[in-house]
Design a protein around this ligand. Structure first.
Ligand code: ADP
Ligand code: MG
Length: 681
């Protein structure tokens, strides 16, 4: 492949004629990137068909129309606030072209014959028509006009030239799809599809976008398949154990494994015992008992004479996992986070290096810093759904041959699993540990806040412990905190010292103390932001109040709800929402009320929000799609998965003609980490 075949597409937008820094900034805001390719991937959202000419009499208010007319006379404005009007006629009637500013005097001289295209207003006139051309230049009118997503200050006409030039920049690219597929689907080439979407001679058929969506999906699936192959090829080690440590840990834990835990552990053990690397995702609903499974897996590594590490996304979670580990593990365990300093830190580092600490729990510090292990055989990564494939690939490099178990408590929709986690084996922990009670979920208008507070008061009298979660405000942590502090103040007035406060802006120690007070029952209402979303485990808490529930993602609400229903008490989740919810918002909350099945919630939420709306993926930090819609294009996604497998079976190093073309495709969609697996054999 020519090394810079794609260079013209990756060049900055400012390399296009007529695009200066100002326009480039606007374009960047509209299309999400600052390179030529980003503009090309900013596909039109719809198309205006101006090809049909109508007589003035046939105009329909509210519709687009194109008319050939003669200018009869100009009506100047009576005062500065009045518009200038051109009265036009065509033999079937007369209409007005109305201009509040910028009257195109030269084009609309009385007697001029013009072609006018624009939207007809309710009185049958046109206010600021989109196009006016002299009738003898009628061919300048775009027959079908693409409508691109814009941003404040950016107008459609400003996109036309840059887009046209960007289209001209598309180099001669090899075709990366199977010819049989192209014939079957009647798909044009990549460049033709882009051209016919951005500069359509006729309203483009849906198959054009599908072709491009398939390009993107295939790039993703080939990348995953490459990573998957790479993982399978890589040697690992067989971890075997006699179960002695596990038996002791389970005895200390005091409960038997649930059937789902047993099954997951069996799958994990099979991976650990095999002489290749494990890369497994343990998907388990909130409270399904993943931590215990993880700890038992870690003890298997220790039984085999090696070390195991557990990586948590936050310090709070790391501490919590550490407490569990300390309580049940029959061998030494240590905690390693950013706040462990000085001699304590040195002790842990030394213990890891000489192997006297077989079990370690920590935050990212564990992998980012120069931590030396005596013999790390298993890394468990908790709630790391924020990582994309490429990052996981990099992470794998650090741990050389260590087995990797990723745990996620956020159920991942099927389509996302396929696109983002396709290189992993998946274990499912369904159901909850025995004895967990269902959580009764109810919806309440925020207008009934006083009643909700009364209900909380009654629950407190009955001995309950209550989480009170404050809304997300405009994605600003500061405002979240303000809301939480205000709620804390009002609840404090009523319940006094029984109320605590925890949020992300507090010093770690202050927040820790607030959580600890609540866990110990010294406070019984905990007002919090979403810092309590993941992992916080207080079995005595049985009531969860969420303000402005409509502002949260469903998966997030489900996580929050999972904080209760952990103990013996019957548990409740009260979702407070704005009046005047949109239909979708209402349906989302009802779904949550009606089911506790996290997987169903994740799938449905993904659907309700629409895969094209990347909120769902953005929230979890997963890369989004630019051309494909994983929900609408699910069929294509499966096709691409099979296509990728077959391709790599035939041509694992991508050296055939098609293979080399697919390399271009990978580069085009920036699947570069996956590409590297091809070189570093
Ligand atoms: P997750 O991490 O999947 O959200 P946890 O591992 O935190 O779930 O487990 C939730 C709660 O269930 C914890 O209090 C844990 O001690 C308890 N638990 C886990 N496994 C079992 C089991 N087999 N029997 C009884 N309780 C269990
Ligand atoms: Mg957990």
């Amino acid at each position: 492949m020519e090394p810079d075949l794609l260079a013209p597409l990756f060049a900055p937008l400012t390399t296009l004629r007529g695009v200066g820094p100002t326009l480039a900034a606007l374009l960047k805001r509209a299309c999400g990137g600052e390179r030529v390719i980003d503009l090309l991937f900013h596909l039109p959202e719809s198309f205006i068909d101006r090809r049909e000419r109508l007589s003035l009499r046939a105009l329909v208010p509210g519709k687009m129309a194109t008319v050939a007319v003669e200018v009869v006379r100009i009506e100047p404005p009576a005062n500065a606030r009045q518009p200038t009007k051109a009265i036009v006629g065509d033999g079937t009637g007369f209409r007005e072209l109305v201009f509040f500013k910028g009257f195109p005097r030269a084009k609309l001289l009385p007697g001029a014959k013009v072609l006018v295209s624009g939207k007809v207003d309710e009185r049958g006139n046109m206010v600021h028509p989109d196009h006016i051309f002299p009738l003898d230049q009628a061919d300048r009118l775009p027959g079908v006009e693409p409508v691109w997503g814009l941003t404040a200050g950016l107008f459609a006409w400003q996109l036309r030239r840059p887009v046209a030039e960007a289209l001209d920049r598309i180099p001669d690219l090899p075709e990366w799809h199977d010819p049989a597929l192209l014939t079957r689907e009647a798909w044009p080439g990549f460049a033709d599809a882009l051209r016919d979407l951005h500069a359509p001679p006729a309203p483009p058929p849906p198959l054009l976008r599908r072709r491009l969506a398939y390009d993107e999906l295939l790039a993703g699936q080939v990348a995953l398949a490459l990573v998957r192959r790479r993982v399978r090829e890589r040697p690992g080690r067989a971890l075997l154990g006699d179960g002695a440590l596990r038996r002791k840990a389970l005895a200390a834990f005091g409960h038997r494994l649930t059937p789902a835990q047993t099954e997951s552990l069996r799958e994990i053990d099979a991976d650990l015992a095999a002489p290749r690397r494990m890369l497994r995702l343990l998907q388990g609903d909130v409270g399904s008992g993943k931590t215990l499974v993880a700890i038992l897996a870690m003890l298997r590594a220790v039984e085999a004479g090696a070390q195991a590490a557990l990586l948590a996304p936050t310090e709070v979670l790391a501490q919590q996992h550490f407490r569990t580990l300390e309580r049940i593990a029959p061998v030494p365990a240590a905690l390693f986070t950013g706040s462990i300093k000085g001699a304590a830190r040195a002790r842990v580092l030394a213990g890891l290096a000489d192997g006297s600490i077989p079990l370690i729990v920590g935050t990212h510090a564990l992998f980012q810093e120069k931590v030396e292990y005596h013999d790390l055989a298993l890394a468990v990564i908790d709630e790391q759904h924020r990582f994309g494939v490429d990052q996981r690939l990099l992470m794998g490099r650090k741990g050389a041959t260590a087995d990797v178990l990723v745990m996620t408590a956020t159920p991942i929709p099927r389509t996302l699993l396929l696109t983002q986690w396709g290189e992993m084996q998946v274990s499912l922990l369904s159901g909850k540990p025995a004895g967990r009670k269902p959580v009764r979920t109810t919806l309440h208008s925020l207008a009934t806040l006083p009643d909700v507070t009364d209900a909380v008061a009654r629950a407190l009298e009955g001995g309950a412990r209550v989480y009170w979660v404050c809304p997300l405000v405009a994605e600003s942590e500061l405002l979240d905190v303000a809301a939480a502090e205000a709620r804390f103040a009002t609840l404090h007035e009523r319940f006094h010292g029984a109320v605590g406060l925890a949020h992300g802006r507090q010093e770690g120690a202050v927040r820790e103390a607030a959580l600890a007070d609540f866990a110990a029952g010294r406070t019984r209402v905990l007002v919090a932001t979403t810092v309590i979303e993941v992992g916080v485990d207080v079995p005595e808490a049985s009531v969860m109040v969420v303000e402005h529930a409509e502002r949260f993602g469903l998966a997030q609400l489900h996580q929050l709800r999972g904080r209760v229903g952990r103990g013996r008490e019957a548990s409740f989740c009260l979702l407070l929402h704005d009046d005047g919810l949109s239909d979708i918002a209402k349906r989302r909350l009802l779904l949550l009320r009606d089911t506790e099945d996290g997987f169903r919630i994740a799938d449905e939420d993904f659907r309700l929000r629409g895969g094209g709306d990347l909120l769902g993926t953005r929230q979890s930090g997963l890369p989004g799609w630019r051309l494909a819609d994983p929900v609408e294009d699910e069929g294509l996604l499966h096709m691409a998965g099979r296509d990728a497998e077959v391709l790599l079976q035939r041509d694992p190093r991508l050296v055939s003609d098609r293979g080399r073309a697919v390399r271009v495709l990978l580069k085009l969609f920036e699947r570069t980490a996956a590409m590297r697996t091809l070189h570093s054999g």
